[in-house]
Ligand binder design. Structure first.
Ligand code: C2E
Ligand code: CA
Ligand code: CA
Length: 863
């Protein structure tokens, strides 16, 4: 097979098929032919013998008629000549015995033929006898002879001939029966052969198919493996001499070529890669060098490079400006000795620390020369390379914090103050209380909260200016009642509070109560303003440390409720903490339980408050805020967020809010084609979660919101527990691309110098700093100074809680780049509200005031 060409193999196969078919046709034909001839023969024989029998019968009938005629003329005593008839009869009998036409019947109808010939012979004998007798016979005898002949003749006609005919018929039937059987067997054979033939054909076809298929598949498999790169695949068909063999050899050749080709391609690739890598490396290094040089020259920070002993080798322009020296002057002695004149003793240990630990950071104060004011700077020292055998370098970076420190001092002073009365404000007051409890936990005291009854009416009647004067007078009267250690504060618009310490041995409750009553009575004394006598009434609440609560926050809360109770009972009275405080505690407990299920019960909702550009009135972004609807009541986030923050619940809440709001913001961005910023509140606890940056990043990525559109709002209080960890997390978050904003800026007491080391780019100035800018010049000045500082640190600024349009104009005058978030534009609204707005791509623009002339812009003066 292997040497016969493929086409010949096909022809051979076809030939075999043809031969088989022809053989079968011939065989079947012969079978049918022989059958046909047998039938032919049988029917011809039958016709011949039937004809002969019929002619014999006719001849016998004719002879019998002749005999009858002769016999009828018989007369007694007369002689008759019957020789002709007898001869005829004898010839007939002989014909029956010998006629060849009856040969085919001779075996099957032997007795019938015999019987017929004997009967005819017998008739002939009878005739002879009759002829012989007539001469002597009487008439009766003649009649008897005549009858005998007639009867015999009839018997022969009826019995013997019929017997022969029916024997012939039955012989034919037998033959036919036999033939039918043989025809059936022929057709049976025919069918069997045909089936066998078809099976054989199919078998042959399948064999051929499998054979060729196997050969081609083997080749295809190997070609596939070859394409897959399997170089060792062997081709057994190569040895064949047919076309498959040729194909195999071609594939083999192709394979060898391919292997060679791919080898050389790999080599080429490796060479190219190496070349690319080297070029890239060199370019990168060059670029980095240029970049480093340009960074060194252009950064705002003062950067100096010193040798291992601290002598300046190079200083950038910012450093020379800050230190008011030339490089040469600086090189005269170690840099730290320039900076720390007067405290040389610390220089050496400090430097040793740098050499040992590789870095040092701290704040220093120095005077560049005797005429300049002192400069406060954050100094960061870092050793480059290893300090060995006098080699190695040190980089020193100086950040000028002078401005920040000055502002800070100013702010701290201002932040503690109530600008109207000069008393402490609420923040400072609670801070003081907290410190007092922490420092002297065993020292008992009472907390008294006083609220002026119906002060609004006074304000409305006299105007804010005189209203403020009333407040100042009340403050003055209260201050006179107090001992030196009792801190007095104006904690709200018309509310004052102070800590009261009883004298030694006095009962705390009784003496606090007496003090509160005294306060109410001195407030009731008339106040003289511009010749008017004003009489005010007040209500008070009181609570005791440690009897009622063990912390200021709760003492204040208890008092808030007590004051509220006093007012709802008509005012002008004192309400002593009582069941209200306990109710509060109970409510806290109940809410805390319910809060666990709030997310699962779908009780939490999100609302979005826009942040609006003061320059254009356009929405730049949204802060997402949480709402809790529980038992038919909307519970303020100020109440439930602190509860959630007590455990990990706040983490689930925040992740939920983050996911939902990212999704929503992405939708709105698509819908409106605007790059809205999403601001979200990040609780301190979340910043303690491991890899929180990855988690938030993954969520934002999943929802398709770019990190550049996300601002994370954190409060300064976040840094309380673990500043190092928080700072690390914030850097991670900022590095990923999140914007970090300080929320409620100004209400905490973080050092600005510290904040400036964090990756913060935005601050949100608390509502309390803008509430009074329209009425109070000091407030306005304070805000101005905060904004100036934000500018120095290059923070973006959002002003929160702006409620009146008259505040807007003043804000715009301070800085048009501000963004504003407040009821003046829009309170927080749910997504249905915003989606309704965005139908047909319509994004609302809010009216913002235009700055016309500078004169009318001054805030109205007070006090
Ligand atoms: P926040 O982060 O300082 O949010 C701003 C609050 O000021 C919101 O109160 C807002 O409704 C309110 N506000 C905005 N404009 C004005 C205005 O013109 N006047 C007045 N009076 N208020 C204004 P809200 O929604 O009641 O939230 C209170 C605080 O609860 C938030 O203060 C935040 O600390 C906390 N909070 C709210 N939602 C969330 C949240 O989803 N996660 C976390 N961690 N805290 C949240
Ligand atoms: Ca916030
Ligand atoms: Ca805020």
């Amino acid at each position: 097979m292997r040497s016969i060409p493929l086409s010949m193999q096909f022809l051979l196969f076809l030939g075999l098929q043809l031969a088989l078919s022809v053989g079968l046709v011939f065989y079947l034909n012969a079978l049918a032919d022989s059958n046909y001839q047998t039938i032919q023969r049988a029917s011809a024989g039958f016709v011949e013998s039937s004809k002969t029998i019929e002619s014999l019968r006719k001849a016998f009938a004719q002879t019998s008629a002749d005999i009858e005629q002769v016999v009828n003329t018989l007369r007694p005593g007369e002689r008759i000549d019957v020789r002709t008839q007898v001869v005829n009869l004898q010839q007939l009998a002989a014909a029956v015995r010998t006629d060849v036409a009856l040969d085919n019947l001779r075996t099957a109808a032997y007795s019938q033929i015999n019987q017929l010939s004997q009967s005819i012979d017998h008739q002939a004998q009878l005739l002879i006898n009759a002829a012989a007798k007539t001469a002597t016979a009487g008439p009766a005898e003649v009649r008897d002879l005549q009858n005998k002949l007639r009867i015999e003749r009839n018997r022969i006609m009826v019995d013997d001939f019929s017997g022969l005919i029916s024997a012939a018929n039955s012989n034919l039937e037998d033959t036919m029966q036999m033939l039918r059987g043989s025809t059936a067997s022929v057709s049976q054979q025919y069918r069997t052969l045909l089936i066998l033939f078809i099976i054989l054909q199919i078998g042959l076809m399948i064999t051929a198919l499998l054979y060729f298929n196997h050969q081609i598949k083997q080749l295809a498999d190997i070609t596939d493996r070859l394409i897959d790169g399997e170089a060792t695949a062997a081709l057994p068909q190569q040895k064949r001499h047919d076309q498959i063999g040729r194909l195999a050899r071609s594939v083999q050749h192709f394979r060898t070529t391919l292997i060679t080709l791919s080898d050389s391609r790999e080599q080429l690739k490796a060479i190219l890669k190496k070349h690319d890598h080297e070029t890239l490396h060199r370019r990168k290094a060059e670029k980095q060098l240029t970049l480093a040089a340009s960074v060194f020259d252009n950064v705002q920070e003062a950067v100096l490079l010193t040798d291992i002993a601290g002598h300046v080798i190079r200083a950038n322009q910012a450093a020379l400006d800050l230190l008011k020296s030339t490089e040469k002057q600086l090189a005269s002695k170690p840099l730290l000795q320039h900076l720390l004149t007067g405290s040389e003793k610390v220089v050496e240990p400090l430097w040793t620390q740098v050499l040992e630990h590789g870095r040092w950071q701290g704040e220093v104060q120095f005077k560049p020369d005797s005429y300049s004011p002192p400069i406060t700077a954050l100094i960061s020292i870092k050793l480059v390379g290893e300090a060995r055998e006098g080699r190695g370098h040190v980089i020193i970076v100086l950040n000028d914090h002078t401005e920040i420190r000055n502002r800070e001092a100013e702010m701290i002073f201002l932040a503690q103050q109530d600008l109207v009365t000069g008393l402490y404000n609420r923040h400072y007051f609670s801070l003081q209380g907290q410190t007092r409890i922490t420092d002297r936990p065993t020292e008992i005291f009472g907390l008294i909260l006083i609220g002026l009854d119906n002060f609004k009416a006074v304000n409305d009647a006299l105007g804010h200016r005189d209203g403020d004067r009333v407040l100042v007078e009340i403050g003055r009267r209260l201050a006179k009642l107090l001992n030196t250690q009792d801190v007095l504060s104006r904690v709200g618009g018309d509310e004052f509070a102070f800590y009261f310490s009883p004298r030694n041995g006095e009962d705390l409750e009784i003496s606090t109560k007496e003090k509160a009553e005294e306060v109410l009575s001195i407030i009731r004394q008339p106040i003289q303003i511009d010749g008017y006598n004003i009489t005010l009434k007040a209500s008070a609440g009181m609570s005791l440390y440690p009897n009622d609560e063990d912390n200021i926050e709760d003492l204040l809360k208890t008092n808030d409720i007590a004051l509220h109770m006093a007012k709802t009972r008509g005012g002008n009275q004192l309400y002593i903490r009582g069941t209200q405080a306990q109710n509060q505690a109970r409510r806290r407990f109940v809410l805390q339980q319910a809060l666990d299920k709030a997310l699962g019960n779908r009780e939490l909702r999100l609302v979005y408050q826009p942040q609006v550009s003061l320059a254009s009135g356009e929405i730049v972004g949204f802060e997402v805020l949480m709402r809790w609807r529980h038992g038919g009541e909307w519970i303020s986030p100020n109440e439930f967020i602190p509860l959630a923050e007590e455990n990990d619940l706040i983490i689930h809440f925040t992740e939920w809010a983050f996911t939902e709001s990212c999704k929503r913001m992405r939708e709105w961005q698509r819908q409106t084609d605007r790059q809205f910023i999403l601001s979200i509140n990040i609780p301190p606890r979340l910043l303690l979660v491991d890899k929180i940056d990855q988690r938030l990043d993954a969520i934002a990525r999943k929802e398709g919101l770019p990190l550049s559109s996300i601002t994370l709002e954190i409060t300064e209080s976040s840094f309380g527990s673990d500043p190092g960890m928080m700072s690390g997390q914030l850097h991670q978050l900022a590095m990923r691309g999140f914007t970090i904003a300080i929320d409620d800026f100004g209400t905490g007491y973080s050092s600005l110098a510290y904040l400036s080391t964090l990756p913060i780019s935005k601050i949100k100035i608390d509502k309390t700093f803008v509430d009074n800018i329209y009425n109070n010049r000091e407030s306005y000045k304070l805000l101005g100074s905060i904004l100036a500082m934000a500018q120095t640190l290059e923070f973006d600024v959002v002003i929160e809680g702006v409620e009146h349009s008259n505040q807007l104009l003043l804000l715009k005058k301070l800085d048009v780049r501000l963004d504003v978030q407040g009821f003046v534009f829009e309170p927080p609204q749910n997504e249905d509200f915003w989606e309704g707005m965005f139908i047909n791509n319509k994004v609302p623009t809010y009216p913002v005031p235009e700055i016309m002339s500078t004169k009318s812009l001054k805030p109205s003066a007070s006090s």
